[in-house]
Design a binder for this molecule. Structure first.
Ligand code: CDP
Ligand code: CDP
Length: 211
């Protein structure tokens, strides 16, 4: 009998996870879940209500009550929401509240592509394929700067680089579900790969596992 096929994509901010995961989902005919959006929505809801982001109990309650409609909040993909997300993502209460939803998404037929920080380590340790997408902080900051410039926004590269480093430190340094490759993840360094190159490398890894 067929079982769900799960692809876990993890890695640091602006590594190209979302771009890659979405394209892989289209290619393999799987649904795609951007798990960062869950943390972004919680951070945003708390900030909009003037709540203290360090209040783990309150953050956990917001996470428990998260509604799919909350994921449609405008501005969730922006830099500020990313920062808010990484601040609420340190709370075990928040992470625990989101586990069942993410696992439910992954264990349904036909499977799924999920991207985040802890998909291969915590959410889907049994994933069929785990890819840890990375690139140097300088390359990631350059990508973010170019992305914003393309939208007509002027941003200082050095400032973006500082934000990338700060987010890396917070995500890797937290005690609960820190950012790190699962022992069985394949490392994909895209520092010298464009989007097509990253996609080709990822499909080669996945097709090798599918048999
Ligand atoms: O999801 P994550 O924050 O890891 O990255 P993203 O938003 O998917 O990608 C960040 C930027 O890098 C986007 O502008 C992509 O077009 C670009 N990019 C990429 O995704 N992959 C490459 N190999 C090179 C650039
Ligand atoms: O696209 P980018 O990598 O900048 O951010 P994201 O994937 O939307 O995640 C935003 C923040 O949410 C991250 O910096 C993490 O702190 C947190 N996050 C997490 O802790 N676990 C996940 N599975 C996904 C996101």
């Amino acid at each position: 009998t067929e079982k769900p096929f799960v692809i876990a994509i993890d890695g640091p901010a602006a590594a190209g996870k979302g771009t890659l995961a979405e394209r892989l989902a289209g290619h393999y005919g799987l649904p795609y879940l951007d798990t960062g959006l869950l943390y972004r929505a919680i951070g945003r809801l708390m900030a909009d209500r003037g709540f203290d982001l360090d209040d783990a109990v309150l953050a956990g309650q917001i996470a428990e009550a998260l509604d799919p409609e909350d994921l449609k909040h405008p501005g969730l993909r922006g830099r500020e929401s990313g920062e808010l997300a990484s601040r609420v993502a340190v709370h075990p209460s928040v992470r625990e509240a989101l586990v069942a939803f993410q696992r439910g998404y992954a264990t349904r037929m036909p499977g799924a592509v999920l991207d985040g920080r802890d998909i291969g380590t915590v959410i889907c340790p049994e994933a069929d394929v785990k890819i840890y997408v990375t690139a140097s902080p300088e390359v990631r900051a350059r990508r973010r700067t170019d992305e914003l410039a393309a939208k007509g926004r002027t941003v200082d590269y050095e400032r973006i680089l500082a934000e990338v480093r700060e987010r890396d430190a917070r995500d890797s340094g937290r005690p609960t579900a820190p950012l790190k490759p699962a022992p069985d993840a394949v490392l994909l360094d895209t520092s010298h790969l464009d989007r097509d190159g990253a996609f080709a490398a990822a499909t080669a890894i996945i097709d090798g596992r599918r048999g």
